[in-house]
Design a protein around this ligand. Structure first.
Ligand SMILES: Cc1cc2nc3c(=O)[nH]c(=O)nc-3n(C[C@H](O)[C@H](O)[C@H](O)COP(=O)(O)OP(=O)(O)OC[C@H]3O[C@@H](n4cnc5c(N)ncnc54)[C@H](O)[C@@H]3O)c2cc1C
Length: 406
């Protein structure tokens, strides 16, 4: 193993760093958190800049319209963007991080040609319609039904927790095409146009006060059969590909952001004097070591994805460990804020401490909790680790789902 960067990799880093230094100062101001149309415009503008500069889809293969970079270049790309405080994928995380990669891996040539370039150019935004009111962890019990009607499906049912549905053009939608009790054997993966007649979107508000979620109600929505990715009733296998991207490589930008949150927390501890307490320094040290170990795991997952096309089971380990470390980080920050952590606005510290990052840290803490639920809860990831990695006996089917996936 040679851990040094090659000349070509160093050149890639240098060019990217220069491009970021030239481009970032010209970006418009970031819209306020609740302005979703504004955030869509901001995020897709950034994506277009990446596309025009040849940096869109660095990790996507050339035949998928991406740059076809090596795993090392992909990691350099993510590191440099974080270092320069560049925008993250934002509202199109589904399109860029898991629906697009699923179509690269499983789509037909026509589907790749139709759907991948607009994602990379920032023209089209995607959301994910997997969870239902009675099918979250036990995703295989989902009931949204698609009935074949000539060269269309008629889709009826409802989805919940659909992030950014309000600003999405397409949805990666799971539907039941098999018998009612067919569980994971009767699911298909469809591309749903969000403007199709019969699609109703009702926004939901998160604990942090943002309407980033929605409920989707589908009433006999016509979806062409040609919008199916994979075979009819083989959608569970396609879903596993989607989830391995969602859990495996989709959180990488987040991990780099967590390092920044830790630096801000350490800076806060120094300002308040808490840093003189050895237990505070020990907690910071543990978290730093944890984030470093997760970065090593990320490298492993990214290399595996580069070799095999999908990140595989390493994504489950990463998702579990990262989201729990992120929650611990949120709790560490809040403990340093003390009573000031009860505020949801930025506060002025007492005794000449200056402004405290209360609003940011409280929001980050709340977000950390949601990350242990999104894309499959920690308990479900532990089940997967137990059953698929350690080979422990499966859960009893009568009481709990035999195939918990999300
Ligand atoms: C921020 C965020 C964004 C999301 N975005 C989307 C999205 O865009 N699209 C989408 O489709 N979904 C999305 N979700 C939904 C998410 O996938 C589900 O919330 C998650 O899978 C859990 O399902 P549930 O909420 O129905 O909880 P439940 O499945 O009802 O679980 C309740 C509790 O029981 C535990 N539990 C359930 N089954 C088992 C078991 N077999 N063993 C042990 N414990 C178990 C769970 O761990 C949990 O603690 C999002 C969620 C969040 C928080």
């Amino acid at each position: 193993m040679d851990l040094r960067y090659t000349d070509a990799e160093s050149a890639f880093r240098g060019e990217l760093r220069r491009w970021l230094a030239d481009t970032l100062p010209g970006l418009p101001a970031k819209p306020p958190p609740g302005d979703w149309p504004g955030r869509r415009a901001y995020d897709t503008h950034w994506q277009r800049l990446l596309f025009d500069a040849g940096y869109a889809g660095v990790d996507w293969p050339v035949e998928g319209g991406g740059r076809g970079s090596t795993a090392v270049e992909e990691l350099i790309f993510k590191e440099e963007l974080e270092r320069a405080h560049a925008p993250y994928v934002g509202v199109n995380f589904v399109g860029l991080l898991h629906a697009g990669p699923t179509i690269v891996a499983e789509g037909t040539p026509e589907q790749r040609q139709r759907y991948l370039p607009p994602i990379l150019r920032g023209d089209e935004v995607w959301c994910q319609g997997f969870s239902e009111p009675d099918a979250g962890s036990d995703l295989a019990s989902m009931r949204t039904r698609a009935v074949r009607d000539g060269d269309h499906y008629l889709v009826s049912g409802s989805k919940i927790w659909t992030s950014h549905a309000e600003v999405a053009d397409y949805c990666e939608l799971l539907v039941r095409t098999g018998a009612e009790d067919s569980r994971h054997r009767g699911i298909s993966w469809l591309i749903l146009p969000m403007d199709a007649p019969g699609v109703e979107i009702r926004p939901l508000t998160t604990i942090a006060g943002s309407t980033e979620f929605a409920e989707l109600f589908l009433d006999e929505v016509q979806v062409p059969v040609s919008n199916r990715v994979g075979e009819e009733n083989d959608g569970w296998r396609v879903t596993m590909v989607t989830l391995s991207f969602e859990r495996g490589t989709a959180f990488v930008g987040d991990l780099l952001e967590a390092r920044e949150v830790l630096s801000a927390t350490v800076a806060l501890a120094r300002r308040t004097g808490a840093w003189s307490d050895p237990s505070v320094r020990r907690r910071a040290g543990h978290l730093l070591a944890e984030l470093d170990a997760l970065w090593a795991l990320t490298r492993r997952n990214v290399s595996q994805a580069a070799r095999t096309g999908v990140p595989g089971i390493g994504g489950t380990l990463f998702k579990l460990a990262y989201t729990e470390a992120r929650t611990e980080l949120g709790e560490f920050s809040l403990s340093l804020l003390g009573r000031a952590g009860l505020a949801a606005d930025e506060l002025e510290g007492t005794d000449g401490l200056g402004p405290l990052p209360t609003a940011t840290m409280v929001e980050d803490w709340l977000r950390g909790i949601s990350l242990t639920i999104a894309a499959g809860t920690s308990q479900i990831q532990r089940n997967i680790v137990g059953e698929r990695i350690l080979g422990l006996p499966k859960e009893p089917a009568a009481t709990l789902s035999p195939t918990p996936a999300k």
